[in-house]
Design a protein around this ligand. Sequence first.
Ligand SMILES: C[S@@+](CC[C@H](N)C(=O)[O-])C[C@H]1O[C@@H](n2cnc3c(N)ncnc32)[C@H](O)[C@@H]1O
Length: 269
Amino acid sequence: MYKNIIDKKPALFERSDCNIWTDPYIQKQMLNAHLNQDSDGASRKQESILKTIDFISKYIKPDNRLLDLGCGPGLYTSLFKDKGYEVTGVDFNKASIDYAIEKRYDIKYICGNYIQEYPEGRYDAVIMIYCDMGTHSDKDRDKLLRNIYSSLDNGGVLIFDVFTEGIVEDKTEQKNWEYSPSGGFWAGNEYLLLSQTFHYVENKAFVYQYNLLTEGENKHFIVWDRYYSEGEITDILKGIGFRQVSAHKNILSGNNFTSNNEMFIIAEK
Ligand SMILES: C[S@@+](CC[C@H](N)C(=O)[O-])C[C@H]1O[C@@H](n2cnc3c(N)ncnc32)[C@H](O)[C@@H]1O
């Protein structure tokens, strides 16, 4: 009866036609989630954002040129700009970028896909916050890391966070139906949502698969969460050419949306 429901375990790093960050309706819900201070959904809460800014600021010098990959509505870029850095933010969620531009005309914002079109320019620091590195396939991650490396001046740093192997304590394989009679996060009107989580133990990845059923339309979303050991991510970064890599744990406050098992990585060119 229900056509086109895709409920089999996706192939490793398979992509869906629809994207939770760029879907015309969901991108606006994502913006609301970024701005909601009661939840760590989409962006971490302010307390953790401030701890992250303090941590990162130790590794970047005054007047540095900073690129924020996946900047969302600019919660970090605006604080870095206030600290005197020259800031560029890129994100492919148009609702978030429009909000960010509206808020701050003194920051350069680019609405685009940083994997497909890496922003031009030279940078002293590139940051990527909230485990976004883990949402990409290993192939796209390596392409991105090579572009980041090329865009950094010697002595420049890449700073990002990834989930550690401890995430397996917080996530389990599951399947769940949600019925929303008058719309909600996923659609403006009545919908049914099938959510599935699968674990790829050998590849250190989880996938979240969503089938969204609304009147007359089905949408299919796949979201990846790759996690790392300190040794693996260090080897990957050294393989790209970064000469010094360090991992830092327990930087943030507790998280009420996703796993608390993350580490920050500092990679120096
Ligand atoms: C988990 S959110 C984190 C946002 C922001 N770093 C923060 O912590 O407030 C991930 C962000 O990355 C963006 N994003 C994901 N993949 C992207 C890509 N390939 N190109 C541009 N933006 C991307 C999403 O639109 C989203 O705003």
